[in-house]
Design a protein around this ligand. Structure first.
Ligand code: ACO
Length: 434
């Protein structure tokens, strides 16, 4: 990895001698980015990039991905090191503040988050408004948005203290809101948070405990959950993070912005893929059916995809998938599951796909979702909660990116352009003449 060189790019309009010089903005690593802000003024043209595959919409110091090499760094630290040596709350501090905390800073941050885990009692009433069979993503989308209605005294987005307290509130309360969405779907009493527990431990406690009896969270499972949260904490300018930034660019409050991010994460192309992996493995059923399944995936007319494979940015093994695979083995061992047919099938499927020309030539490798569904299912978490869990983790990334944007003096309202392909101006036709 090397730093990118500054310079410029000259664009000439065909058939004329009009040119525009586009400065190349260097990042610390990664490709340079052509600054097109003056292109319209100089040449009268916009750029076209549906899906924003080649467009940078902001400066950011938080997360770096090299999709070709399969590298993911948070504030410069490789995800492998963070997953092995750090904790989710330490990673949250790092993402928000830019540096790893000292002992004292870590303690203060931990206390700051854990002191905000309870939600206003009136927020409980919101749950009763949902049908019992409501999808937990629908519930958390609504309830997180409703948090905006509870903190009128600290919603000044231009006040650094207000931004800080909103970040604490979101990181602390989203697990409570998520666990209660689950409890509501089961018809079980809501469990209040326990601030003497670790972050992931408390989340598992609120989901699994009942008031009628003591509940001890298995430390191996708490550690696995903490690692899963680390792996999902941030992923630079993905769809949901870009949604949070776009909403935030208008000056909307952080609770509304995070609710927008949750809505964006809900889609199966983003947060819902691990659920699809489990469904796919169940449909394949047995390793003897893998060749038929792979043949279907390769058939252009079938619309079947190998779920948990491929990524918009990674054209190599997603580094998070490797850690997820190791965590999967740890969790199954701890739970005494010697032979998990789903895991065996996934390992076999992965082996076959990684040696198949179709996947090699298209650079399709396992992504973070290939193994995560198997772990979560083994931990007893229902599939409807998979994306919710992702949202709990990604809240940290969203609020860090939102905070960075708010502190960037060059930030302005997000407002993409379009290629208009509709009618040119025409006159209104009265109904009797249509
Ligand atoms: N199985 C089979 N073929 C695939 C797959 C797959 N999983 N993914 C991509 N391809 C093929 C496409 O058919 C296409 O082939 P073509 O060039 O012959 O038309 C080529 O690879 C490129 O695919 P695109 O869809 O253009 O790639 P894009 O970057 O738009 O899509 C995506 C990325 C959505 C993740 C895709 O790989 C996919 O659908 N994967 C399965 C779903 C999944 O696992 N999503 C989780 C992503 S990780 C996350 O959000 C946390």
């Amino acid at each position: 990895m090397s730093s990118t060189a500054a310079g410029s790019l000259t664009v000439t309009m065909n058939g004329s001698n009009h040119t525009a010089t586009l400065p190349l903005l260097p990042g610390t690593i990664g490709p340079a980015v052509a600054d097109i802000r003056k292109l319209y003024a100089d040449l009268g043209v916009f750029t076209y990039d549906p899906g924003y595959g080649g467009t940078a919409a902001c400066d950011s110091k938080i997360t770096y991905i090299d999709g070709d090499l399969g590298i993911l760094l948070h504030r410069g630290y490789p995800i492998e090191q963070l997953a092995e040596k750090s904790t989710f709350l330490e990673v949250a501090y790092l993402l928000l503040n830019g540096e790893l905390p000292t002992d004292a800073e870590a303690d203060e941050f931990h206390r700051g988050v854990m002191l905000h885990t309870m939600v206003h009692e009136q927020l409980r009433q919101f749950y009763n408004g949902f049908r019992r069979d409501a999808h937990p993503m629908a519930v958390i989308c609504g309830v997180v948005g409703a948090l905006s209605a509870f903190y009128h005294d600290s919603l000044d987005i231009n006040n650094a203290d207000h931004r800080r307290i909103s970040a604490f509130r979101l990181i602390a309360k989203v697990p409570t809101i998520a666990a209660w969405a689950y409890k509501y779907s089961l018809g079980q009493p809501f469990m209040y948070p326990r601030n003497d527990l670790g972050y992931a431990e408390n989340f598992l406690y609120m989901m699994n405990a009942v008031p009628a009896e003591p509940y001890h969270v298995n430390p191996v499972l708490a550690r696995a959950m903490d690692r899963i949260l680390i792996l999902h904490a941030d992923h630079e300018q993905n769809a949901s993070t870009s949604t949070v930034r776009l909403a935030g660019s208008t000056g909307a409050n952080p609770f509304a912005c995070i609710a927008a991010g949750i809505a964006s994460l809900w889609g199966p192309a983003h947060g819902g893929a691990n659920e699809a992996v489990l469904k796919m493995l169940a449909e394949i059923g047995d390793s003897s059916h893998i060749p038929d399944f792979i043949a279907k995936v390769k058939d252009k007319n079938s619309n079947v995809r190998l779920m948990g494979f491929g990524h918009r940015v990674y054209k190599n093994y997603d580094p998070r998938a490797k850690i997820m695979q190791a965590t999967c083995h740890e969790v199954l061992t701890e739970l005494g599951i010697k032979d998990d047919p789903l895991l065996d099938l996934a390992v076999e499927l992965e082996k076959i796909a990684l040696h198949d020309d179709y996947f090699i030539s298209k650079k399709l490798y396992p992504n973070v979702d290939f193994y995560s569904g198997i772990i979560l299912q083994a931990m007893g978490i229902p599939t409807s909660m998979f994306t919710v869990l992702f949202a709990v983790a990604r809240t940290v990334g969203w609020i860090s990116q939102w905070k960075e944007m708010m502190e960037d003096p060059s930030q302005r309202i997000g407002r993409p352009r379009q290629v208009y392909t509709g009618h040119v101006q025409r006159n209104y036709v009265p109904v009797e003449s249509r």
